[in-house]
Design a protein around this ligand. Structure first.
Ligand SMILES: Nc1ncnc2c1ncn2[C@@H]1O[C@H](COP(=O)(O)OP(=O)(O)O)[C@@H](O)[C@H]1O
Ligand SMILES: [Mg+2]
Length: 386
């Protein structure tokens, strides 16, 4: 199964572009499902067909679905919450606090992962198109397994979190049996990690960023790209939507010339990733016909279901001095980040976000000699300790 996820700032046209892409791929004869993970669903409106919490057939080869958190929680999370509750009460937390904590952050997003895992395992569709929530939430979604792990590490301090460890400790110290909820938690974690693997496999999954030629939108798109690279996801396209045509109309002149400036900035920032342009349609875009015509303008030169770009975000080279690791992080600034190495882990801090990158195991006992930022690459020199 091929997976294409669309992300970008709120209102830029993610749903429109995701639906248009799905329509075009379905027309090519591939069984395609477009899902919306944004709780503020608008996929039904865009397609002009009422969708539900399970996949609904829209037209030949085209299916649509709007994930519903409550529906999915019921379907997937059964006993787990109860287990978390007993764990926390055992730890001496007040019942109300335990109640609060038993909803793991990201649980809502997690349900989307479980759907993806199910469709992938069942080979239910040829192509899965994900119309996701705005950038921040998408990043949360994509880093969910780590987020949940770090949260659980906080919940069980003093141990390197491993679901097995927690289980055996519980058995030894509290006598709480390995009940159904616990097993569910373990299955769940394995699934989450599996989905993250699937989503970060460039042969299966692509992320496409949707943007408009506007200052705030471009900023957010660039930042999103850095984090996606950091997390190891393959961004294979940037779609610039709602480009106004030239006009003599004075009212729009400034706006159009500023759009041109941002179009250039987008080219500079994202090239060589394919950048596709979509004109403002002069009206809202609803229904299969309008979406189909948008899809033609997006994918003039490209096959929508293809992997449009797959440059490696990671390059490792051996040299006399040691090992050079180049990490493609186009929008980092030398001033912007801090770098530390612990074992095989690199900690990059950008603003108030931190990220662990794993180096190959052989780097475990190597020392960070120097780092540099050149032409979009963070270049790290590692060598053996002397
Ligand atoms: N190229 C376009 N021309 C005109 N209107 C558009 C275009 N792309 C999207 N729209 C409209 O903009 C609004 C927001 O688009 P939508 O796809 O829902 O954005 P998002 O999913 O990013 O929030 C919708 O009303 C949609 O019809
Ligand atoms: Mg949307």
């Amino acid at each position: 199964m091929r997976i294409i996820l669309f992300t970008g700032k709120g209102g830029v046209g993610k749903t429109t572009v995701a639906a248009a892409t799905a329509i075009k791929i379905a027309k090519q004869g591939l069984k395609t499902l477009v899902v919306s993970t944004d709780p503020a669903h608008s996929l039904s409106d865009a397609l002009g067909v009422q969708l539900g919490p399970e996949a609904t057939e829209v037209s030949k080869n085209l299916w649509g679905q709007e994930f519903d958190v409550y529906y999915s929680m019921k379907k997937y999370w059964g006993n787990m919450r109860q287990l978390m509750l007993s764990l926390f009460k055992f730890k001496g937390l007040k019942k109300v606090v335990a109640e609060e904590l038993s909803v793991i952050p990201g649980m809502e997003e997690g349900t989307a992962f479980l759907w993806i895992e199910k469709y992938y395992r069942e080979k239910a569709f040829d192509v899965l198109i994900i119309d996701s929530a705005p950038t921040g939430e998408t990043l949360t979604l994509l880093s969910l397994p780590q987020v949940m792990k770090s949260w659980l590490t906080k919940a069980f301090p003093g141990q390197k979190f491993a679901i097995k460890t927690v289980g055996s400790i519980m058995r030894r110290t509290a006598g709480i049996p390995l009940d159904k909820g616990y097993e569910e938690l373990e299955v769940l974690f394995n699934k989450l990690e599996r989905v993250q693997e699937i989503l970060s496999d460039p042969k299966i999954s692509s992320i496409r960023i949707v943007a408009n030629p506007e200052r705030m939108v471009v900023q957010e798109a660039k930042r999103a790209y850095t984090y996606l690279q950091l997390y190891g996801f393959n961004v294979d396209g940037v779609i610039v939507n709602r480009i106004l045509p030239d006009t003599e109309n004075d009212f729009f002149k400034n706006y159009i010339s500023s759009q041109k400036k941002y179009l250039e900035e987008i080219d500079e920032s994202f090239s060589p990733i394919p950048i596709m342009h979509v004109k403002h349609q002069g009206q809202e875009v609803f229904g299969l016909d309008l979406l189909k015509s948008i899809s033609e303008s997006i994918y003039q030169k490209h096959n929508p279901e293809a992997i449009l770009f797959d440059e490696k975000p990671y390059i490792i080279e051996e040299s006399k001095e040691g090992v050079t690791v180049k990490i493609r992080l186009p929008f980092l600034n030398e001033k912007d980040f801090q770098l530390e190495k612990f074992g095989d882990e690199l900690i990059i801090t950008i603003g108030n976000q931190r990220k662990n990158l794993f180096l190959p195991k052989f780097a475990n006992f190597m020392k960070l000699r120097q780092h540099d930022y050149q032409e979009g690459y963070l270049i790290i020199l590692l060598s053996n300790q002397k």
